[in-house]
Design a binder for this molecule. Structure first.
Ligand code: GH3
Ligand code: MG
Ligand code: MG
Ligand code: MG
Length: 334
């Protein structure tokens, strides 16, 4: 699939934030390397050898302090571990690092004795990325560490790009709310769970009244800012379990699991009142903008097995919204 120019721009921004240089195709921002020798002297020897050969921060840590420092947020991109570290239990550190979210993707390079073939293979089996024979010259060590650091930075970039892709696919760009594509399957899930637990849930369609005139009077950019503020006020009235999404242009969908009609009415009324009672002040030199919303409400899960499906509930909420508009707007209708 070919990336759009917007995607490419975002990718470059992400890459830049991580210190990748497009020109050179590799990372340039320094990362962090932690050295864990059999003794502090061994680690200091490595660090002396690496001086001027890597441009990352190089720190020395004790095997028995490693988990504690990770717990406190001291995370490295790359760990160099002697098999002799921690009273000869250096390999255990590999499992410790791989088991923790914060260090799961870190590079791990194990330094082993020339005769420690079994330990070396075990290190690879536990998840080490590379091996160095004890006594290898600093050039070799630096080369292997730089290579692992590059791999780690590329993994970070990929992960961020994937996260960003997921965000783009599920969120509305303007308001940051979930989009329609995310909301519809999520709605099905809430309806299914309600059916199984015998609980009620509420569905609301919210439409900004006479929004076209906001655009016509103040311009599209101001209209956008108003939508962002409406999204914020709606979210402020909801629990974390509630779903709030931007369903269309100036239309929002809210689904509240485990909610009675009385509770839903109260929440909808509070949202309606909270939007029309406080005109939206966008800039100090601009008069606050008065708007209102109409809300169509539908209840699910209240008719046992015969409860309407999600499409039917949406149609019911839409009819209620239409009625609210017809009856003069700025009201909640069931
Ligand atoms: P009603 O009370 O009947 O809902 O009147 P209305 O003006 O809100 O309804 P209508 O559906 O005629 O107009 C909706 C307007 O919302 C038209 C469209 O330009 C505007 N709109 C939709 N999406 C956006 C957006 O993302 N940003 C801005 N600024 N305007 C938008
Ligand atoms: Mg309309
Ligand atoms: Mg409208
Ligand atoms: Mg509309």
């Amino acid at each position: 699939a070919s990336a759009t120019s917007e995607e490419l721009r975002r990718r470059n921004e992400t890459a830049h934030a991580l210190g990748f240089s497009e020109a050179h195709g590799h990372y340039e921002a320094p990362g962090k390397i932690i050295l864990i020798g059999t003794t502090a002297e061994e680690a200091m020897g490595w660090r002396a050898g690496l001086k001027g050969m890597v441009h990352d921060e190089v720190a020395i840590e004790r095997a028995d302090h490693l988990l504690e420092s990770i717990y406190h947020g001291d995370i490295a991109d790359l760990y160099v571990i002697s098999t002799g570290a921690g009273d000869g239990d250096g390999l255990r550190l590999i499992s410790d690092l791989r088991a923790r979210e914060a260090t799961r993707d870190a590079g791990i390079v194990v330094v082993h004795g020339p005769q420690d073939r079994r330990e070396a293979l075990m290190a690879l089996d536990l998840g080490a990325n590379d091996l160095i024979v004890r006594g290898a010259d600093p050039e070799e060590m630096a080369l292997r560490l730089r290579s692992q650091m590059r791999r780690k930075k590329e993994t970070d970039l990929l992960r961020l790009t994937l996260d960003e892709g997921l965000r783009l696919a599920t969120r509305d760009k303007l308001t940051g709310l979930y989009n329609r594509h995310y909301a519809l399957p999520h709605l099905d899930k809430i309806a299914r769970e309600a059916r199984e637990s015998g609980q009620h849930f509420a569905l609301m369609l919210i439409d900004v009244d006479r929004f076209k005139s906001v655009n016509d009077t103040w311009g599209h950019a101001t209209g956008d800012a108003v939508l962002i503020e409406v999204a914020r006020r709606l979210s402020d009235n909801l629990r974390s379990m509630d779903l709030v999404s931007r369903f269309g242009g100036e239309e929002f969908l809210i689904c509240m699991p485990m909610t009675s009609l009385m509770e839903a009415r109260a929440v909808a009324e509070r949202m309606r009142a909270g939007i029309c009672a406080r005109p939206i002040a966008l800039a100090p030199d601009q008069a606050p903008i008065s708007i209102s919303v109409s809300i169509g409400l539908a209840m699910g899960g209240d008719q046992g097995a015969a409860t309407p499906d999600v499409d039917t509930l949406l149609a019911i909420a839409d009819r209620a919204l239409y009625a609210a508009k017809a009856e003069g707007r700025n009201q909640v209708t069931l």
